[in-house]
Design a protein. Sequence first.
Lengths: 113, 145
Amino acid sequence: MEDELITILSSFKVPVYRQGSMSNDATYPPTFITFWNSDSPDHAYYDNDDYGTDWRYQVAVYSSDPSTTYSLLSDIRSALKRAKWIVDGKGTDAPSDEETHTGRVIETIKMNF
Amino acid sequence: MAKRKNSLNIDFSCFNEYAEKIDKLGGDLKRIIGDVMEEVAKDVEEDTIKAMESANLPAKGVYSRGETEQSIVRDAKTEWHWSLGEIAMGFDKSKPGAGGFLITGTPKMQPDRALESIYGKKSYETKARNKIREKLKKEIERLGG
């Protein structure tokens, strides 16, 4: 599932990182994407057996251009929906280590049967 | 959807059937529901305080500040707006350093696992709902239902 997500995110031609993977002395690229697997609960049970998993990820965009932060996240949201990922809402602010960058984050789920 | 956030939302609409039974049995619905909400809020408060202990934080608390710990909602009380009960759980967003960056993480800091297990996991909400269900069942039994 993660491979599919990374493929979608990589299509936007900006760096893609796992959240928290940048070193403390690294410099933020002008615009980049992060992802994080927040949960993977079995979404249903039948005869005490799970028959699928909800793969839950957070996807964040950080940019030194605030309008790009919003527009790129919107484009990612559309791409995820086209690929049958569920996206709840248009996101919330995401904390940035650098004052130069703003961040926005969405939650997305892919149900795997 | 279990959202990554600095507060916890639990939808009580799945307990309508229990609420109707309590009401029919003459129970004080607002008091009973209010008490159950306050018990759940207390659980969240205690679990959040434990998660905020330095040993459980990224880099043993280097990134956390005292003001983050102080923004944890404590001894929350249920507030009623007509028939809608509300209670604060988690971090007080109006205070500085309100936990969000520990839950969401940053490009240079992974999300905090202990807080994530409370605010980002479906299993925590399920556990809270199960507790509410058991409390309401007991109350119905107590009322003779």
